[in-house]
Write a protein that binds this ligand. Structure first.
Ligand SMILES: [Fe+2]
Length: 161
């Protein structure tokens, strides 16, 4: 797979995650803040990937930088498709939606970026972008924690609108 096509798939992945969370923030007023906040972070991840792609196209970031992108992106996109179709089910409850998001975050999330936790400063243009990629990895881990916390601290039985 061409590296540009691969990065575009990752951008697509993040954009769809953001859209899912945005959809849930409208569906469930009781978790509007949680879903809204995560949705904005996922949009931010897509933006970071867009920037990395622009740098790569401009020749300011070397191909090596992308060696860590997981080859499992197609599986991740398949899971997102499955989750999207489950979200359209009628009578989805907030606990069910939270379980689905946990599944999404745990199985795919930012694990595909894990290689970027190592120092990428040896790669041309890698220093600045690797910090942003590391931020993405951390935020992905945070989403799991935030969702679990929300479930523990009284997620209501609200049904989607
Ligand atoms: Fe993300």
């Amino acid at each position: 797979m061409d590296v540009t096509d691969k990065i575009l798939k990752f951008i697509h992945f993040e954009t769809r995650c953001a859209a899912i969370y945005r959809h849930l923030s409208v569906l469930f007023s009781d978790a509007k803040e949680l879903f809204g906040t995560i949705s904005k972070e996922e949009d931010g991840h897509a933006a970071i990937l867009e920037r990395a792609l622009s740098c790569f196209k401009a020749g300011d970031l070397s191909l090596e930088f992308f060696a860590f992108l997981s080859p499992q992106i197609d599986e991740a996109l398949d899971l997102v498709s499955k989750i999207e179709s489950r979200l359209t089910a009628k009578d989805l409850t907030l606990p069910e939606a939270l379980e689905l998001m946990l599944e999404m975050e745990k199985s795919v999330a930012e694990k595909y970026l894990i290689g970027y936790l190592i120092d990428m400063s040896f790669v041309k243009g890698g220093l600045a972008i690797s910090h942003e990629f590391a931020k993405m990895v951390c935020e992905g881990g945070c989403h799991v924690t935030q969702i679990k916390e929300f479930m523990r601290n009284g997620a209501t039985e609200e049904r989607g609108r």
